[in-house]
Design a protein. Structure first.
Length: 138
């Protein structure tokens, strides 16, 4: 009986998540109707990934394959993924705003100072975003 840890299935974009989920639990590529249905449920909502995993794993097709989920303590992971996604989204917006501000600065004496200030503020944000994305992908 194949046994899967739901936390190992959580990472990636919404599309990657669904393709991996179908491949892992059902051994096939997602059908168009199921793909659209589940994509609409999880789009930008990482907190919905664990319920979708449980739903697909509990379905008739997965049960016929003998699929079983491990890690009964997966609920905290959903909260953590949601928090990481929110942090990553907020940091992404801040990074885009800072880049836009840098691009719009005039070519004056203040431009060099503004770019240095923006770069100093942007660097730790980009590093934090990279760490959050790595943690969410686990």
């Amino acid at each position: 009986m194949p046994r899967f840890d739901p936390e190992e299935l959580l990472g990636g974009s919404d599309q990657e998540f669904l393709v991996r989920l179908y491949g892992t639990l059902l051994g096939r590529w997602p059908d168009e109707e199921g793909y659209r249905h589940y994509l609409a449920r999880i789009a930008g909502r990482p907190d919905q990934r664990l319920p979708v995993i449980a739903e697909i794993a509990g379905g008739e097709e997965a049960q016929q394959r003998g699929v079983s989920l491990g890690a009964a303590d997966a609920a905290p992971a959903a909260d953590e993924v949601a928090r990481l996604a929110a942090d990553a989204g907020a940091l992404g917006i801040e990074i885009a705003r800072l880049r836009m501000a840098a691009a719009l600065r005039s070519r004056s004496y203040f431009e060099a100072h503004a770019r240095a200030a923006i770069a100093a503020r942007l660097r730790p944000l980009e590093e934090r975003l990279a760490r959050l994305e790595q943690a969410a992908a686990r």
